[in-house]
Design a protein around this ligand. Structure first.
Ligand code: UT7
Length: 330
């Protein structure tokens, strides 16, 4: 065990289902328009996992198998799998256990982290601590959601923003000065009233009533969530820059949770970071909840350079939010 071990992201992979749900298609389902959705959110289309026999774990398995292959790592070498998700395959067992079984990670233990849109950053920091403690050497941090399984496609304000997909990052002990440097994670359960899923938990177990009353879908008071998201995501991003003495020039990339382009723009403005440094794929995938940040890292991987300063920021249900400062390791 050593106090000096640091954790680096050494590989990323992503997966999105093939089916594309465009704004034009949504126009046929609900009273909306491509123009409204694009101007209010920045979203043009999202992916949907159509296969009724597939869940969140199946998307993770696709990405992990690709990651193991490209890194030439045997599944038995994985020590730990942490899965950030709010749409687990089942209430229990944890999706991470199912993933480990499906990819053949026989020596890994695993568990899920549920922090809505902040799930991936919570999971990344948790995985980081296992590496830093010296007890674990290869940790897979997943962020995946099959949001289509809990979205009411008659609720036009909510259904337009969500999609399915996600990604995975491999954490290993750092070999140089490029590693996860700092993080700020926060939560405030009083935000529950604005964003939650009413039924299916121990408070309101599934019943005929809960189905009839459509209580198993995402309930979101969009405008309220928007206000908290803009303030908190911008504040925490500025805070992590300040306490690490980073100016906007020092920041190579902002990887912001993709919920609404206007929230992303407000965060970047607050940090003083130009659009050219802001990772963006909301137009293609919408809000994949736990999936947005690893999907960004995957898509921008070939533009990242060793030593780049990255700020990752998220805000979501709980409320949960936070920022991570890391130096890209490859
Ligand atoms: O990732 C987890 C955290 N979640 C978020 O960060 C989401 C934050 N919230 C948002 O992104 C936005 O609040 C939404 C995109 C969800 C909604 O946008 P908004 O600008 O806040 O819309 P609104 O709910 O204030 O509605 C404005 C108007 C209303 O019409 P009236 O009452 O002004 O006549 C709505 O009925 O827009 C109407 N509207 C729509 N019109 C066309 C709502 N949804 C739609 C729609 N198409 N899909």
């Amino acid at each position: 065990m050593s106090q000096n071990i640091k954790a680096s992201i050494t590989a990323v992979e992503g997966y999105v289902p093939e089916f594309v749900l465009t704004n034009k298609e949504l126009e046929k389902l609900i009273e909306t328009s491509d123009e409204w959705i694009t101007s209010r959110t920045g979203i043009k289309e999202r992916r949907i996992l159509k296969d009724p026999n597939k869940g969140t774990s199946d998307m993770a398995v696709e990405a992990i198998n690709k990651l193991l292959k490209k890194k030439n790592i045997a599944p038995e070498e994985i020590d730990l799998i942490i899965c950030g998700t709010i749409t687990p395959d089942m209430v229990f067992p944890a999706t991470a256990c199912l993933i480990a079984d499906k990819v053949g990670a026989k020596n890994a233990f695993g568990y899920d982290i549920s922090a809505a849109c902040s799930s991936f950053i919570y999971a990344l920091v948790t995985g980081q601590k296992f590496i830093e403690s010296g007890t674990h050497k290869k940790v897979l941090v997943c962020g995946f959601d099959k949001m289509s399984s809990i979205i009411n496609y008659e609720d036009r304000t909510t259904c337009i923003i969500f999609g399915d997909g996600g990604g995975v990052a491999l954490l290993e002990p750092a070999t140089d000065e490029n590693y996860i440097v700092d993080s700020i994670l926060k939560s405030d359960g009083s935000g529950m009233q604005f964003l939650h899923q009413k039924a299916g938990g121990s408070l309101t177990p599934p019943s005929h009533h809960s189905i009839d009353a459509r209580l198993h879908y995402v309930y979101q008071e969009g405008q309220s969530v928007f206000k908290f998201a803009v303030t908190n995501m911008a504040d925490v991003s500025a805070e992590i820059m300040e306490r690490n003495n980073l100016t906007a020039d020092d920041v190579a990339w902002l990887a912001p949770h993709q919920a609404n382009k206007r929230i992303i723009d407000a965060t970047a403005r607050r940090m003083g970071v130009g659009d050219d440094k802001v990772m963006l794929n909301i137009h293609k995938y919408g809000n994949t909840t736990s999936g947005t940040i690893p999907l960004l890292l995957w898509e921008y991987e070939n533009q990242l350079k060793k030593g780049d300063n990255l700020i990752i920021s998220a805000f979501g249900g709980g409320f949960t939010w936070g920022s991570i400062y890391l130096k890209w390791a490859y």
